[in-house]
Design a protein around this ligand. Structure first.
Ligand code: ADP
Length: 637
């Protein structure tokens, strides 16, 4: 990979990085000032790391140097220099971090850029390749870096961004930290103007917690706004701060700022970004909480502050009561941090609840983006009572698909004598609406929550109950209880119709069970069907049919879930089958009809057992029924 050359080594940029560099150097991008943001953000990270080391008691090279970022502008030479007194890089770190090894984000970023993606260049920092943005403005870049380790030597890295770079020993008098000299392209002269650079800093880097100086003068405010009283922070400052810490360009949907003194002292400032990052298809979003201890950043992706189901939240937690030299492992077990976390989560969920009452539209926006993730919280028993009221579902009372119905809306609308909250899962709203098990609920005007997210299958039973009402899947409902709920408009019972004896229908059911054999647990008369002739229902207590389906999909080795077939004694098809049965219980047409009926309910249930046999049976049935049709008086000539 490297070649020694006159005291230096020549390296070739990894192919994907070269591809990225080609795009960066050739794009006509209007916001080239983001390279300043990226370099400053790297400098701030490096300073955080150095300060953390020093607080832990390690000796740094040049211990008297202040932690700061200096920018020097040289109009004559067309150079902007960005210099920090941070952790620096060793030779190997230079190779690893810049140029030789593609970082995992490189290809993702290239994909995001796509063909005409120069408007997305702005997102570069999110993908861990922000450094390369320097080539949007620079034709040659020199890095001189000296690690904080007092023993380690300095190195110089030089490249024109065209295929290769060189690393050579750095000057002996180089101080701790990293200096990046950008030789500007002819068309990027504005970056030697103080005004331009200052505007970029104010726009993107105002909250960097270290002084940023241009030619000696401090530019940024550098205030830890989360430590200030709420009343002294303006809405604009919150938004600006959010964009800074979350690397976002749009305003947050909401934020919560709160401080506690006793029993544990801490400050928390949390934001909800406008859009989820999980739809990018890059897997789970990384947690976005910056953990500070006494103003010192100890972790910029702290896992221990918020649970996984709040991974979309961005923000800061700062406490004076946590030990500074704490390792990640001990952080997890730290009882103070656990207490803080419980309090912060509770407060944040209450904030969302309040939002749902006072600004329902904003809340709905949050739910639409993050509802699926929030529902993963059903396992958090500590906060269940605050989470459940936030959940929203589609429902049979909605006229079009939208997750807008809360469990309390549902409970308020429950029918007289209705005891449980009912839900039904399926892949889509359409599939759910066609499910025959819903029919009795429609007839009785009982609301049913429509669950189209796979997580619902676990989240709803996981809640166990809400406001004293149990949660039940429609296909698990106690039909006797449903029976006692009055139908809205009683359908005219055709009382005069010949009384069909239940006994006879039960005999028919038994005969159908004989025909279907082991394929069904049983065949019974249905209490739940109104318009459909038959349906399959699950037989495992406490587990909905959809849940069984999911379990089977996840663990294919498990037996296919057992099903019971229910037939609707009032349906004309079943009545005709009964007639056939009464004439000849062994009629081969009855066998064929029962088989085909079973095929159709299997399809509705979501399992396709044997498509060939199914197709064949329905064709045979068609052959017979067309023959019958032709025999009808007046049909055939
Ligand atoms: P990111 O900062 O998101 O990791 P970059 O491409 O901006 O991605 O930087 C790559 C890596 O190079 C950083 O993670 C860091 O290890 C190293 N690096 C960049 N700038 C500096 C600096 N000023 N001081 C020390 N290390 C740096």
């Amino acid at each position: 990979m490297s070649e020694k050359q006159s005291g230096g080594e020549q390296f070739v940029f990894q192919a994907e990085i070269q591809q990225l560099l080609d795009i960066l150097t050739h794009s006509l991008y209007t916001h080239r000032d983001i390279f300043i943001r990226e370099l400053i953000s790297n400098a701030a990270d490096a300073l955080d790391k150095a300060r953390f080391k020093s607080i832990k008691g390690e000796t740094l090279a040049d211990p008297d140097l202040d932690f700061e970022i200096r920018i020097d502008l040289d109009k004559d030479k067309r150079i902007i220099t960005i210099c920090d007194t941070g952790i620096g890089m060793t030779h190997d770190e230079l190779v690893r971090n810049i140029g030789t090894i593609a970082r995992s984000g490189t290809s993702e970023f290239l994909k995001t850029l796509g063909e005409n993606g120069s408007d997305k260049l702005n997102l570069i920092g999110r993908f861990g390749v922000g450094f390369y943005s320097v080539f949007m403005a620079g034709e040659k870049v020199e890095i001189v870096t000296r690690p904080a380790d007092p023993e380690a030597p300095a190195h110089r890295w030089i490249s024109d961004g065209k295929g290769s770079y060189q690393i050579e020993p750095g000057p002996d008098d180089a101080k701790r930290g990293t200096e990046i000299r950008v030789h500007l392209r002819e068309d990027a002269l504005q970056f030697t103007e103080k005004f331009t650079v200052e505007s970029a800093i104010k726009k993107y880097s105002n909250f960097v917690p270290f002084p940023i100086k241009i030619d000696g003068e401090q530019i940024n405010k550098q205030s830890a706004i989360w430590r200030e009283p709420k009343s002294s922070v303006t809405e604009e400052q919150y938004k600006e701060f959010f964009k800074f810490i979350a690397n976002e360009t749009e305003d947050p949907l909401t934020w919560m700022h709160f401080s506690a003194d006793a029993p544990i002292q801490f400050h928390a400032l949390l934001f909800v970004p406008k859009k989820t990052r999980e739809i990018f298809g890059f897997g789970k979003d990384e947690t976005g909480i910056n953990l500070f201890v006494r103003r010192v950043m100890v972790d910029n992706h702290a896992q221990e502050v918020l649970p996984d189901y709040l991974r979309f939240v961005r923000g800061v937690l700062d406490s004076d009561d946590l030990p500074l030299n704490i390792s990640r492992e001990t952080l997890q077990e730290n009882p103070y941090l656990r207490k803080i976390s419980t309090t912060v989560v509770g407060r944040f969920l209450s904030h969302l609840q309040e939002l749902s009452e006072k600004q329902p539209e904003t809340f709905q926006g949050i739910w639409n983006q993050y509802g699926r993730v929030l529902k993963e919280g059903y396992m958090d028993f500590t906060h269940k009572d605050k989470l459940a009221p936030l959940f929203r579902f589609d429902s049979s009372k909605n006229s079009e698909p939208a997750q807008t119905v809360s469990l309390s809306d549902y409970v308020k609308r429950m029918r007289d004598k209705q005891e449980a909250i009912y839900y039904l899962s399926g892949a889509t709203r359409e599939a759910i609406e066609k499910n025959p098990t819903l029919e009795i609920f429609k007839a009785k005007d009982i609301e049913v929550l429509y669950c189209t997210d796979p997580v619902d299958e676990f989240a709803l039973p996981g809640l166990i109950e809400f406001e004293g009402k149990s949660l039940q899947s429609v296909d698990q409902a106690d039909l006797k209880k449903i029976e006692s709920i009055e139908a809205l408009e009683k359908k005219e019972e055709k009382a005069e119709e010949e009384k069909i004896s239940e006994k006879e229908l039960k005999n028919l059911a038994r005969r159908i069970k004989d025909i279907l054999g082991e394929r069904v647990e049983d065949v019974e008369l249905s209490q739940r069907l109104v318009d459909s002739p038959a349906v399959l229902v699950g037989t495992t207590p406490g587990m909905s049919a959809q849940m069984e389906r999911l379990m089977h999909l996840m663990h294919e080795e498990t037996a296919k879930p057992k099903r019971k077939m229910e037939i609707n004694g009032k349906h004309p098809l079943i009545r005709r089958l009964l007639q056939i049965y009464q004439t000849n219980p062994k009629d081969p047409f009855l066998v064929q009809a029962a088989e085909t009926l079973f095929d159709s309910v299997v399809l509705l249930d979501g399992f396709i057992a044997d498509p060939h046999a199914m197709a064949l049976r329905s064709q045979q049935l068609l052959t017979q029924s067309t023959e019958l049709y032709l025999q009808k008086p007046g049909q055939s000539e």
